[in-house]
Design a protein around this ligand. Structure first.
Ligand code: UDP
Length: 243
């Protein structure tokens, strides 16, 4: 078990990518029906005023530190946080291991056509992988029972949900019993990146902890959301003083 670090009221697991992968694999083996959340600064900021999201995160089986901001906050608050565990990378690791472990995977989310493209990419990257179904992320409430029935029928071990924050967390939580999937992960823009619809920051920017800046530049509609970052820094600082 890893230590939980309290960042603005959200418990984030202090663990390495290898540890996160090992736990995720165990959840699938145990058919645990649990969720993993991938917490970046923006998600944690949102959880400070969105109580439903905060309580979902705090009851998730694992909350990985997705983003340089999360790792920084843990360190600033005086805790160990060995490394960043990005949701995109965690999903890739689980897909890489999937053929040997005979895992069934379902892709839910993104614009129509994107999940199918991501499936093709996964099949190229990880020969033998079984992506047992896909569905886009722009559905109506009335479509949900049919979607759940399809997911149940395909019986994936792993459901990757790319519906954006907090929709993916709330949706997975609301339907976890009906879905009956051993492990679900909210993976944000992962399917878009795999399908080539969105670029991931180059390695050097990731290493320089500037992935957030890259995303803000590439998607001007996100630029306003960049403001969440300085707000996060101030809040974490105030949180430290208060304690
Ligand atoms: N998305 C979706 N359904 C929605 C809203 C968003 O499938 O109702 C998808 C969107 O197409 C994108 C992903 O969710 O592929 C992540 O969206 P965004 O980058 O806005 O969210 P983030 O996870 O960064 O907050």
């Amino acid at each position: 078990m890893s230590d939980k670090v309290d960042i603005l009221g959200v418990g984030v697991d202090a663990l390495t990518m290898d540890e996160a992968v090992a736990r995720a694999e165990r959840y699938m083996d145990e058919k645990a029906c649990v969720m993993i959340a991938t917490a970046n600064a923006e998600m944690i900021m949102r959880a400070t005023y969105d109580e439903e999201l905060r309580s979902i995160l705090n009851s998730a089986a694992m909350v990985v530190p997705d983003g340089a901001g999360t790792v920084w906050a843990a360190h600033h608050l005086g805790h160990e946080m060995p490394e960043r565990v990005a949701g995109y990378d965690l999903a890739q690791e689980l897909m890489r291991l999937a053929p040997a472990r005979d895992r069934r995977i379902y892709f839910l989310g993104s614009a129509p056509g994107v999940a199918e493209k991501a499936k093709e990419k996964a099949e190229q990257l990880y020969p033998g992988i079984r992506i047992v179904g896909t569905h886009d992320g722009f559905f109506k409430d009335a479509d949900v029972p049919q979607m759940i029935a399809e997911i149940r029928e395909k019986a994936p071990d792993l459901l990757l949900a790319a519906l954006g924050v907090p929709k993916q967390e709330k949706w997975l939580n609301a339907h976890k019993e009906d879905l009956g999937v051993p492990l679900s992960i909210g993976v944000g823009g992962t399917l878009d990146v795999m399908a080539g619809v969105m670029k991931r920051a180059p390695r050097w920017m990731q290493k320089a902890k500037l992935e957030w800046l890259f995303r803000g530049m590439l998607q001007p509609k996100r630029a306003g959301r960049l403001l969440a970052l300085p707000k996060f820094v101030f809040k974490v600082h105030a949180y430290k003083k208060k304690r």
